[in-house]
Design a protein around this ligand. Structure first.
Ligand SMILES: NC(=O)c1ccc[n+]([C@@H]2O[C@H](COP(=O)([O-])OP(=O)(O)OC[C@H]3O[C@@H](n4cnc5c(N)ncnc54)[C@H](O)[C@@H]3O)[C@@H](O)[C@H]2O)c1
Length: 258
């Protein structure tokens, strides 16, 4: 068991998705109360039914300041504290050369991937400052937050922004006792990879299976990650096992980066 998780409360955004639901399962198995937030209400219901007790579904949109205040309040009303905040909800961008940009796609991706974690982190700090034990925050960025790739400039820019946000926040909150870290996955076998595979394959003149095979070959471990492998890292960063890890960008990419 990981230290410091049992009996505490984790609020997870994107909890109906691949990495978010895997992290909810992992933290719940470690004894945490789970507040599961996503705009996919059916997905949340299925997750909470599976987890059983100590789990609350809160359908919400992370791009809304009102929703964000609401889901933190629901968490505190139900479980009294928010000790772990996993800012994980995210969306992929369209695959397009930058010069052929789609401004609606840009606005959508930045709203979910940057405005969402920004609003969530602000509310998490306000909540944790009223708690004697403070808390921990983990953001899901990506290896796309550390390097560029053709066709995905919008997604890449949004994940660089998440890392910049975390790097500034950790300097503010370290002295206050709130640890902040980032998990930066490489390709993970979730829903999100399917449209990216389609789009990137078209850009490279191949098909999705051909793209997936080429990408897997470029990864030293020769495969995508499973969502629970990212969940294991997020849970570790949110636990008391690593009290001196703060402001770290932890890549989980099977060797893809650097
Ligand atoms: N899958 C990968 O290869 C990969 C790699 C690196 C980073 N990531 C990041 O991991 C995180 C989780 O992605 P995933 O792979 O589990 O994908 P996913 O699509 O399975 O999960 C994302 C979840 O976020 C939710 N969501 C989207 N917009 C929302 C909003 N406005 N409000 C509330 N919820 C919203 C979706 O409903 C979905 O359940 C994302 O931030 C993603 O960018 C994924």
């Amino acid at each position: 068991m990981l230290k410091g998780i049992a009996g505490r409360t984790a609020l997870i955004t994107g909890a109906a998705g691949g990495i978010g639901s895997a992290t909810a399962r992992r933290l719940h198995a470690e004894g945490a109360n789970i507040v599961a937030v996503d705009r996919d209400a059916d997905g949340l219901d299925a997750l909470v039914a599976e987890l059983g007790d100590r789990a609350l579904a809160v359908p919400a949109d992370v791009t809304s300041a009102d929703d964000t205040a609401m889901f933190f309040q629901r968490a505190v009303d139900t479980f009294e504290t928010v000790d772990m905040f996993f800012a994980n909800a995210g969306v992929e961008s369209k695959v397009l050369p930058l010069a052929s940009f789609d401004l609606d796609d840009f606005e959508k991706v930045f709203a979910v991937n940057v405005r969402g974690p920004f609003l969530g982190a602000a509310e998490a700090v306000r909540t944790m400052m009223s708690q004697p034990d403070r808390g921990k925050i983990v953001f899901t960025a990506s290896i796309a937050g550390l390097k560029g790739d053709p066709g995905v400039s919008v997604y890449v820019a949004s994940k660089h922004a998440v890392i910049g946000l975390a790097r500034s926040l950790m300097k503010e909150t370290g002295p206050l006792g709130i640890r902040v870290n980032v998990v930066a996955p490489g390709p993970v076998d979730t829903r999100m990879m399917r449209p990216l595979e389609e789009g990137l394959a078209a850009l490279m003149g191949t098909d999705a299976a051909g793209f997936q095979a080429a990408l897997s070959t470029a990864i030293p471990l020769a495969r995508y990650a499973e969502a629970d492998e990212i969940a294991a890292t997020a849970a570790w960063l949110l636990s008391d096992e690593v009290p001196y890890m703060h402001g770290e960008i932890v890549t989980v990419g099977g060797g893809l980066y650097p």
